[in-house]
Design a protein around this ligand. Sequence first.
Ligand SMILES: [Fe+2]
Ligand SMILES: [Fe+2]
Length: 204
Amino acid sequence: MDLEALVEQLRLYTGTRRHAHSLNVMRAAAELARRHAPHLLDPARLAGLLHDNAKRLDDEQLLSIAAERQLGISAVERSQPSLLHGKVGAALLSERFGISDPEVEAAVTDHVTGRPGMGLLSRLLYVADQCAADRSFPGVELLREISRGDLEQAVLLVARNKLLSVIQRGYLVEPNTAALYNEQVMAGVQLPAGVSDFGGLEQG
Ligand SMILES: [Fe+2]
Ligand SMILES: [Fe+2]
């Protein structure tokens, strides 16, 4: 399927608002790829477009598909099954869209929580999902600005925002997000002065 056909195919699995978000993430991922990894432009578009293809499934469906396909369900995912929409979405890429690119699958899996050691395509998508034009949380403009200059700082900021956000909401901390945050800090990545404490990231 070419990209236009995939855009239409995705309508089978998304409502209007999520379809628009998917197109925005595709554009944001393409913009980040052009700046930071031009060789990943095509997979960045694909991953951006399709990252939330499983988001409409309810908790029960996510848990049953993850169990059926032996995707592994952590204790945190068990208590908050919406976290599974990344790995379930990745598992559905081939039957829904005929896509079986392991890097695109990994990026779709990783976009929800991030993961230490995740690859460049995953990093692009992780940031693009939060920079997309439909995002409006406090600090999104600063994130967009940082993402244009330094992808690693943007990865750190997204992980930090997600941790602050789940703690503020009283949710569990997902270990991969904490480990990614630690990895960035231990690698010496620092946020620019003036990044204030804002939480309240939109989820998705
Ligand atoms: Fe998502
Ligand atoms: Fe998303």
